[in-house]
Design a protein around this ligand. Sequence first.
Ligand SMILES: [Zn+2]
Length: 71
Amino acid sequence: MSEKTTTLPCPICKKPVALTDENVPFCSDRCRTIDLGKWASGEYRISSPILDPDVLEDLESGRIPRAEDDD
Ligand SMILES: [Zn+2]
């Protein structure tokens, strides 16, 4: 039986981060700080924390879910 550690890509540097990591979803405290800076500068427009791997896949493939008014 192979033991697979579930990981998420660090939102900043894309490095795989184990869900057991103390800094998850970031690979390090440094990336966490960078992310906070992005939130503060309004670079991110998504209002909820991205912790769902499926959502991360969507983001990486450019399919960002949006609630657009299509009239
Ligand atoms: Zn990182």
